[in-house]
Ligand binder design. Sequence first.
Ligand code: SF4
Length: 187
Amino acid sequence: MIFLELEKLNRIIRNCKKCELWKTRTNAVPGEGPQDARIMFVGMAPGRTEDIEGRPFVGPAGKFLNKLLESTGIKRSEVFLTSPLKCFPPRNRKPLPKEIEACKPYLLKQIEIIRPQIIILLGEVALETLLKRKDVSNVRGKPIEKDGIIYFPTYHPAAGMRFPKIREKLLNDFMKLKKIIQKLQLS
Ligand code: SF4
């Protein structure tokens, strides 16, 4: 049942024309992972590689995320990966507020269907979209409970790849995440 609901949603997303990005995308990227995932990761938007393959986190930032997941013992195959924006913004620019507004209902629907126990917010766009906050540096590494779901904000892996100081903080946050996941017995 959940599978059918997600499949139906994926089909809608792949054919969506609610914002201008449908004109320049190769593939929409709804997200991937088990329908009963207890852990969800929310990034920013598909990059060029994701756009070509139609899959989330398969470019350089995705490879770095894989390493972060390995460091926590979380299997990628056990988590659901997605983003607030499902289509590639040209030249990898930051999503526009109107694009996020148009696309956000898909993310909310995914959360409603999957009902993960914990959602890791990777970067400011995910944090702002789901918790209406912009201060990643203040809230990172600290679980926030809302509507029965634990939110765990941290930096986006792409920022960790670019800036050594952020990389260090990201690694620390994932160690904290590991403890939370172990405590909740989610992996
Ligand atoms: S970004 Fe979202 S709202 Fe815009 S066309 Fe793609 S799926 Fe639709």
